[in-house]
Design a protein. Sequence first.
Length: 673
Amino acid sequence: MTSTTFGACPLDCPDTCSWVVTVQDGKAVSLRGNREHPFTRGALCVKVNRYLEHARAADRILYPMRRVGPKGSGRFERISWDEALSEIATRLHSIIDEYGGEAIWPYQGTGTLGYIQGESGKAGRRFWNVLGASKHDMNICSRAGNVGLRYVNGTPGGMDPETFALSKLILLWGTNPLTSGHHVWKFIQEARAAGAYVVAIDPIRTRTADQADEHLPIRPGTDAALALGLLHVVLEEGAEDRDFIERYTLGWEEFQAEIRKYPVDRVAEITGLPAERIRSLGVRLAHTRPTGIRVTMGIQRHAGGGAALRAIACIPGVTGDWRYPGGGLVYSTSAHARLNVDVREDLLPKPVRTLTMTRLASSLDETVKCLWVYGANPVGSSPDQNRIRAALQREDLFTVVMEHFPTDTVDYADIVLPATMQIEHMDLHAGYGHMYLIWNEPAVEPPGECLSTTETFRRLARHMGLTEPCLYDSDLEIAEQLLSTTGISLEELRKKGWARLDVPDPFLPFADGFPTPSGRLEFVSARAEADGQPRVPGYTPSLTAGTAPADRAYPLTLITPAQHMFLNTTFGNNPELLRRSKGPKVLVNEADAKPRGLVDGQLARVFNRNGEFTAYVEITDRVRPGVVAAPKGHWPKLSPGGANPNAVVDERDADMGKGAVFHDNFVDIAPAG
């Protein structure tokens, strides 16, 4: 018997594709993008095209396991679910009795973005609240930019990406959609067919930059200065939208004075871009309506990341582009979904501390007695890899990992629990790069003894004797709760597979005002000032952009962009995608390679005071002198030297929201061995 099932890609990508699974005699035999979905339009990416193969992989974890070797050895024995849950329940009760619930750290990541099984999953977070566990601050991905955008617009939500088809000038700023979210490219192509001009602003000449009309190879971490310099040209041209500024913004005079501090020559010196190219783009921006700006998360992973997004967000406020479909800025659309994500903080027995995701290396101290990892692979994906490994070796730390595959993090677990994958469980998704909710219906039965996140927590709650009724809500009940504020019917969503959010089409996000305290776009922010930030958007240098090479112990700036074949560390063990990735690489400009004796294709050590990793050198003009790029996603234990770029990434905060600094690290490089 053959049937088809609607589903959703669960991965941490803006596109959140709607897919269709074909099932024959109980086995998933094909996967394709949903042709009826307005954003997916039938296409999946090179990574997700192998998802069914990935779900059937020989190294899939299928049964609960208990550690039998030293921590880090990856040696386990199979046990039953009853044994696993009984042991976990006993240990958790003991930890709570002796140290209190805050000694438990539920460390959750973005391995799935589902609102039932994933990062906002009610079942898990309600469970931890009942226990009084520490809160987990998921700041690793987009936090600095979120905070910067909220100071200006009141929300990180922005334009509908489909309206890029109506843009006349498109700025792809610190984003590489042809690797990380390629479906928006269809709408960009529609705009180009109608005469739009596309500019890629990126330290690396990416696949996207290759296809753009123009590429500006900006110095990493100097984006705020470029934004202010472009606005300086807009003012010189007398092209600011004075009517929009008067009617819809706050603090123009103060912000205008800040813009005047960034003439083109100064901005050229800061950014490393030719002055004539800055001026040319500024003139184009001044006289092209509508201009659409796409920024994504990589742009804000440095010490000035929040300031960068805050400054860029001011551009459509000066040009008045928010008036037009195809005008404005998009960073994340998830704020438009308005799902009812109630994790029941009232269930906490008392106020508890918050532990920060990017501070695992330093915060995993003696006060943490249980680390519960799910949807995450911190040994492979978090900063300061070597100190994380050292912390995970503590014998008094009880570590539980829910996983699909034997990652580097699994190797340090005391108990490993087998988790379902997307084709095997129920979930609800809202893309952060489009305007749709997508339903994921399970297509096949889970293999082995794999359980969903929700079912795992329901069973554990029973083993612990917990009586709070909401801990036992079914997945369908959770879905109904989530949809209760959207006006979208679960019955219709399950039938069709997707639904557009309840917003106009075309969508002007601020047609009714801005969700700021003033109701206006705020060039001046009292909230920012109260938080210890400047009242007015300006340029905050990244660490690497603000220090001259001659003053550095390690003279090169490392950035860690997305790997085309992996998504973070997901698929990092897929044999075919590993083959296509051609091993871990480090991109080096010839000007930096030659004096270090580096040749193309050789293994090299990339190192600093935190540690080192080994990668194959690619000598290329895709990176500018002084900058090296090592794409992320390779598993440390499958890499030469047993480490990946996070071995050298600082555990340090961005300027806003304690965001991560993956693109703001000093290194040097030398031939290996």
